[in-house]
Design a protein around this ligand. Structure first.
Ligand code: COA
Ligand code: AMP
Length: 622
């Protein structure tokens, strides 16, 4: 407790000194003398470093060469591989040479559309090594989404693989990538494809070059110096429009904050094993599968599998046991999936996982029931913590590494040192304890948070426009009488489905393109497994078969956004409820979809529409 309070007080009283001290824990080519620089809107403006050096080479140089850096676990393919820091250095340097041989230089963009295999991590680190900016695109997105990212990032190179393994399914990447390249206006000069034995791709016509052949020809490349504020990566995430937001992360602030977080938030020491069961396509994967554990000299697990079905709900525990994982991070939905299959813990190992100290949950609110079930099973702290792609690392947590152990199921903990979190009302005033408002963070944001949106400075500044001096997170919540923060949900049209961030506005945009749809509304309904699922209400433009229209809507969302959107429920209705000014009453639709009793809003223009929807849904559920 004492350490947490001291760190929090120090970080607020003198952020520059606090973070400059933290910056000494990483290796610089030119150490920074400046903390926050308002003029350049960046941290450590005069510092020079290389992120790959900090994640890989420095551990080889300082005695960790033979320690495992990455342990790859792929239950479906039966592969299990270990890479020591020395082996990782060799692989990454060669991959960097291969990328550089395609004319990629400092500041150039490289799109990485790859599955959860070691080569993906090598590629990310290799880009960092030569100062190129990587943009990893999640494998569950459909070609139009990949094409949007290609057009926005304008990459010099696209890296891919022959297939992904998604649960028990094999997903061939060739059709997806070829279609994306055809859809994009930007012409990508070269594509390199890693052939997996599970399913090889046909590249005989030269649309892609063979990764292994290119790698064999490449000479290892060295780390190049970059400025602290030079971009390390762009990660696209759902915004409130159909256009994804390209979150830009710097090198210096990112390395300092992530390295600091490993020890002080998660309580992980160098040499220990950390596992974040996420995907490298999301921010959790960037921060806690790739960069933070490696910055900190830990061993990291790269898991190509699901919580259940690969092969069963005991796989997480077996991996923790086999690899002596000290700290484990996953999404609540994964725990709910395990619980559904193994409520009584029959697949939980007799060893009781002696290495495991704590489990951290994020990606969506952790419901108290899930936390209690897990704590009963494991008798170890289960910590809900909160952050988002824009922030890059936890903003609310119980900082185990600072000796804090306070927890309350339903709360995401306390502001992490460096974050000055306030709950504001619509006028920007701090609300009273217990009152729900907009969770906002005082500027400047700590190191590691986003620096900009790629090619969209105005979009970035919008997040700072509602409340002067604050970043608006888009989440609502409150602080209770004991100082615990509670995150209640989004204030915009973003929903979190199985820990995946999606935009209902984007889905509405796509549904409007379907032949026969005249109007639509998509809302997030509660779901016992995924936390939330999208549900669409669609008005047909003419008399037509409702089942066919619903099927067309589902197929269109899959082909435009991707399977990950998980839209499976479409209600074809006569009219959408609207206010007199024409706004769709989405909150009423959400109440109906959740099966709750609705009080008809006084502002409604067409109360009949609600009655018709309620009776239609009631009939459907009979
Ligand atoms: N590549 C291709 N397709 C993908 C994909 C990927 N990387 N990830 C998901 N998909 C597909 C799935 O196969 C599924 O397709 P389907 O509709 O054809 O079956 C669809 O997208 C929805 O996937 P998902 O939401 O993951 O649902 P699921 O039923 O397959 O699995 C869970 C449910 C709970 C097991 C799974 O969502 C899960 O493990 N969640 C944890 C997520 C997580 O760790 N998030 C990171 C935040 S910390
Ligand atoms: P992403 O940018 O994909 O990480 O999604 C970030 C969003 O997920 C946040 O803005 C929240 O809405 C939600 N989220 C993440 N973690 C939590 C949590 N612990 N509790 C509640 N919501 C969360």
């Amino acid at each position: 407790m004492h350490d947490y309070e001291k760190a929090r007080t120090d970080s607020v009283a003198d952020p520059d000194s606090f973070w400059l001290e933290a910056s000494t824990e990483i290796d610089w080519i030119a150490a920074p003398t400046i903390g926050w620089d308002a003029e350049s809107d960046s941290w450590f403006a005069d510092g020079q470093l290389n992120s790959c050096y900090n994640a890989v080479d420095r551990h080889v140089d300082s005695g960790r060469a033979d320690q495992p850096a990455i342990i790859y676990e792929s239950p479906v393919t039966g592969q299990r591989q270990k890479f020591s820091y020395r082996e990782l250095q060799t692989e990454v340097a060669k991959t960097a040479g291969m990328i550089a041989a395609h004319g990629v230089q400092k500041g150039d963009r490289v799109i990485i559309y790859m599955p959860m295999i070691p080569q993906t991590m090598f590629a990310m680190l290799a880009c960092a090594r030569i100062g190129a900016i990587h943009s990893v695109v999640f494998g569950g997105f459909a070609p139009p989404e990949l094409a949007k990212r290609i057009d926005d990032a304008e990459p010099k190179l696209l890296l891919t693989a022959s297939c992904g393994i998604e649960g028990k399914k094999i997903i061939p990447y060739q059709p997806l990538v070829s279609e994306s390249l055809a859809l994009a206006a930007h012409r990508v000069p070269a594509v390199l494809l890693f052939q997996r034995e599970t399913l090889r791709a046909d590249i005989a016509d030269g649309w892609a070059q063979d990764w292994s052949e290119q790698l064999a020809k490449a000479s290892p490349a060295d780390c190049v110096p970059v400025m602290s504020s030079d971009p390390l990566y762009i990660l696209y995430t759902s915004g409130t429009t159909g256009t994804p937001k390209g979150v830009v992360r710097d090198n210096g602030g990112h390395a300092v904050a992530l390295n600091w977080s490993m020890r002080h938030v998660y309580g992980l020491m160098p040499g220990e094993c950390f596992w974040a069961a996420s995907d490298v396509g999301w921010v959790v994967g960037h921060s806690y599968i790739v960069y933070a554990p490696l910055f900190a000299g830990a061993t990291v697990i790269l898991y190509e599998g699901k919580p259940v079905g690969t092969p069963d709900a005991g796989e997480f525990w077996r991996i923790i046991e086999r690899n002596q994982v000290s700290v484990f991070f996953t999404a609540p939905t994964a725990i709910r999936a395990i619980r559904k299959e193994d409520e009584n813990g029959e697949l939980y190992p007799a060893s009781d996982l002696p290495s495991l100290r704590a489990i951290f949950l994020a990606g969506e609110r952790a419901d108290p029931d899930t936390i209690k079930w897990l704590e009963n099973r494991l008798d170890r702290p289960v910590i809900d913590h909160w952050w988002q792609t824009e922030l890059g690392w936890p903003a609310l947590a119980t900082c185990l590494g600072l000796g804090d152990t306070r927890r309350k199921a339903g709360s995401a903990g306390f502001p992490v040192p460096g974050y000055r979190v306030d709950v504001l009302d619509e006028e920007g005033e701090v609300v009273a304890q217990g009152k729900v408002g907009n969770i906002s963070i005082k500027c400047p944001l700590p190191p590691g948070c986003y620096q900009s949106l790629w090619g969209n400075r105005d979009g970035y500044q919008k997040a700072f426009a509602s409340y002067p001096g604050y970043y608006e997170t888009g989440d609502a919540g409150f602080c209770d009488a004991d100082g615990f923060m509670h995150v209640m949900g989004r204030t915009d049209d973003i929903i979190n489905v199985a820990g995946h961030r999606l935009s209902t506005g984007q889905m509405e945009g796509a549904l409007a393109e379907v032949d026969g749809v005249s109007e639509c509304a998509v809302i997030g309904a509660d779901d016992q497994l995924k936390g939330m699922i999208p549900v669409a209400f669609v008005v047909a433009s003419a008399m037509q078969d409702e089942t066919e229209l619903a099927a067309a809507c589902i197929a269109h969302i899959r082909s435009e956004i991707g399977a990950v959107a998980s839209l499976r429920t479409i209600h074809v209705v006569a009219a959408l409820p609207k206010t007199r000014s024409g706004k769709i009453l989405r909150s009423s639709l959400r109440t109906i979809a959740n099966g709750k009793k609705l009080r008809i809003p006084s502002t409604i223009e067409n109360p009949d529409s609600i009655e018709a929807i309620v009776s239609k849904l009631a009939k459907a559920s009979c």
